[in-house]
Write a protein that binds this ligand. Structure first.
Ligand code: CP
Length: 345
């Protein structure tokens, strides 16, 4: 396992090295077993505070960050926009400064504006985790997708991955393209011309192939990743009707005969059954949609542990108790924490 993991925040996959991604995935693997035990808890983040600040709806991401924090013994606090003072006109920056004044170790933010987590990272000393910012990035989704692929295929390098659907509005597509390209998978994307933007031409250099017909992207694919039509982000009519979209871009069982014989199907959720994916595919034997959700907890445990917990990775002297000599020695504390994690697993 690589030990060269020096990261204060997790803002996007684009700025991570392949080594950092692999380290995150390896760490997530060590946490996967915790969720299978009767007592699903380790003391790794005891005494740490994680704030989940969600300005957009979420089922999977928000719940799994909360579960992840609790399984690491951190104190988890959930704030949603409807119950925060943002609804009374407070700015994001003022909200962040006020939260920082309560000394959290980590703030997980989802926001409809691309770049909001970067804004927080400049204003806060807590570690910031991007849980989805507009159409920009959703790094933990790409990490859990990669963990799921690796679990079932044993590797990422050399795999052919087809990403189908509304690429234009998809932060999941962007984060996955960065991650898969960095780890040596070859990616093809397919969708209507209005939903596969010109900017993706720049990614072709990294080996991304653009297709218009989903059949062309799926041929011989090892992984078929379906994306939702993100109607909440669409300001124009990008397709005549959902019915027509379902006919041309919905994934049906017959499409899977074009893919590799052992191809797997993924969807980040929430899915629109009967639009981008048929129920036969979503509930079929190749679908790993719920495995993705399960792996989301392990990935988020790894992210919180590495950003908010492990000393020597994010040095935050203001948190350290100078009266305790072990806390002055990052290596000793790191070893102790690793040992404690092993003993608890
Ligand atoms: N995949 C995903 O981000 O789902 P939620 O919107 O439910 O968090």
């Amino acid at each position: 396992m690589s030990t060269d993991f020096n990261l204060k925040h997790l803002l996007g996959i684009r700025e991570l090295s392949a080594d950092q991604i692999v380290h995150l995935l390896d760490t997530a693997e060590t946490f996967r077993d915790v969720s299978k035990r009767e007592i699903k808890k380790v003391p790794a983040l005891r005494g740490r505070t994680v704030i989940n600040l969600f300005f957009e709806a979420s089922t999977r991401t928000r719940t799994s960050f909360e579960i992840a924090a609790k399984r690491l013994s951190a104190d988890a606090v959930n704030i949603s926009v409807s119950t925060s003072s943002v609804s009374k006109g407070e700015t994001l920056l003022d909200t962040a400064r006020n939260l920082q004044a309560m000394s959290p170790d980590c703030i997980v933010i989802r926001h409809s504006s691309a770049g909001a987590p970067y804004h927080l990272a400049r204003a806060c000393s807590a570690a910031i985790v991007n849980a989805g910012d507009g159409a920009h990035e959703h790094p933990t989704q790409a990490l859990l997708d990669a963990l799921t692929i690796r679990e079932h295929k044993g590797r990422l390098h050399g795999l052919r991955v087809a990403i189908i659907g509304d690429i234009l509005h998809s932060r999941v597509a962007r984060s996955n393209i960065y991650l898969l390209s960095k780890l040596g998978a070859s990616v093809s994307v397919a969708g209507p011309g209005t939903l596969v933007p010109a900017e993706f031409a720049g990614l072709i250099e990294q080996g991304v192939r653009l297709e218009r017909r989903i059949e062309d992207a799926i041929v011989d694919a090892d992984v078929v990743m379906i994306l939702r039509m993100q109607r909440e982000r669409q300001t124009d009519a990008f397709f005549p009707s959902m019915r027509e979209y379902a006919v041309h871009y919905g994934l049906h069982l017959n499409h899977l005969s074009l893919a590799a014989p052992d191809a797997i199907v993924m969807h980040p959720g929430p899915m629109n059954r009967g639009v981008e994916v048929s129920s036969e595919v979503a509930d079929g034997g190749r679908s790993l949609i719920l495995d993705q959700v399960t792996n989301g907890v392990a990935v988020r445990m790894a992210v919180l542990y590495l950003l908010a917990g492990a000393p020597g990775i994010t040095e935050k002297p203001e948190r350290q108790d100078v009266s305790d000599s072990t806390l002055r020695n990052g290596t000793v504390k790191k070893q102790r924490r690793k040992r404690s994690l092993r003993e608890d697993q």
